[in-house]
Design a protein around this ligand. Structure first.
Ligand code: ASN
Length: 348
């Protein structure tokens, strides 16, 4: 048990939802509801739970409505309560599952070097629904959030602990709804106890003070980065409409296999023009698993020649939020490119 409490931040999501006229809607009064639910655990499990306080957002949302401004607000709320006069041993973020992986990835970039756990969790069913997974996820998140040796943003779901910036929503309904396709689990619940696997966490790489970066994402305007999954027969003209738009600062291209695009000079020309205008273009694979290795096939060479950066095995969520994070900072485009190609929070 920790002597310093944890802070649970409730942002919304199914976990806290209640029936409304048109379907489930975000509910309120989460602290009382959480404490009621936790009081149903067996006494020994209740007694070993860490102390926590609750910060409930006044307007909890369905996470499908979240924007970069919400990621920014959450990171700032954590940063403000991180050190004196308010200190918490760890943080649990209760979030809707639909865009949970995006928020977790963004928090990892904003809270670089964090020296305590930030655990993001949610549920497939509301807390009060019969047979819900919510209580299990809350209990597990609290237990992992109390481990001082965990020093990063992680996602906890169905007893699995995953690096936040490597996590994806994997299943629309199953309780085991999240996966970390390209990085092993950081830990798991074993016999109701949280177990961290050695050498997988970021704590081994944490040196010195936290290096929080809290840029103003709102200043970028709406949709500064576009996400484009290539499809067979795609027209370069459509691509140009998106990439050469003056409000677009960069793009995530989801290409084929290990990093291939059609052999089309016009298409390559659009990429090169966008990069020439200082936009950040990165490529990852449409395959759910494995890295891109651009240049293995002749069909991918044009990406290299155009200056498109390889996103390695980053998830779309990790790559997009990183592009947004870098775009929002007063850095030269050379520096942004360098940082994109470097691991900032264990994302590549
Ligand atoms: N629509 C919900 C949300 O993301 C889904 C969930 O939380 N299971 O807020």
């Amino acid at each position: 048990m920790t002597s310093t409490p944890l802070l649970v931040i409730y942002t919304g999501g199914t976990l806290g939802m209640v029936p409304g006229e048109r379907g489930l809607i975000p509910g309120k009064n989460i602290e009382q509801r959480l404490r009621n639910a936790l009081s149903q655990l067996p006494p020994d499990r209740q007694a070993s739970l860490p102390d926590f306080e609750v910060l409930e957002y006044t307007q909890p949302i369905d996470s499908s409505a979240a924007t970069p401004a919400d990621w920014q607000r959450l990171a700032r709320d954590i940063a403000e309560r991180y050190s004196d006069p308010v200190t918490y041993a760890g943080f649990v973020v209760l979030h809707g599952t639909d865009t949970l992986a995006w928020t977790a990835a963004s928090l990892a970039y904003q809270l670089q070097g964090i020296d305590r756990p930030v655990i993001v969790t949610g549920a497939q069913l509301p807390l009060e629904a019969e047979g819900s997974d919510a209580l299990n996820n809350v209990e597990t998140a609290l237990r992992f959030a109390a481990l001082p040796s965990l020093q990063e943003v992680a996602v906890c779901f169905a007893g699995k602990l995953m690096r936040g910036v490597c996590t994806r929503k994997w299943d629309t309904h199953r309780f085991d709804g999240f996966a970390s396709p390209n990085y092993p689990l950081l830990g798991e619940m074993v016999d109701c106890a949280p177990v961290l696997y050695p050498s997988r966490g970021l704590e081994v790489q944490q040196r010195g003070l936290p290096r929080f970066e809290l840029p103003d994402y709102a200043a970028l305007g709406t949709s500064p980065i576009v996400r484009i999954a290539l499809w067979p027969g795609m027209s370069p003209r459509l691509l140009a409409n998106w990439l050469l738009d003056e409000n677009v600062h960069g793009a995530l291209l989801e290409v084929w296999g290990s990093g291939n695009i059609p052999d089309d000079r016009e298409l390559a020309g659009v990429f090169a023009q966008a990069v020439g205008e200082g936009k950040l273009l990165a490529a990852i694979s449409q395959c759910p698993q494995g890295p891109v290795s651009i240049g293995t096939y002749a069909a991918g060479q044009a990406l290299i020649e155009a200056g498109v950066m390889a996103g390695d095995a980053m998830t779309p969520e990790a790559a997009m939020t990183k592009l947004i994070h870098l775009s929002a900072q007063p850095l030269s485009s050379e520096e942004k490119r360098k940082r994109f190609l470097t691991s900032l929070a264990g994302e590549r």
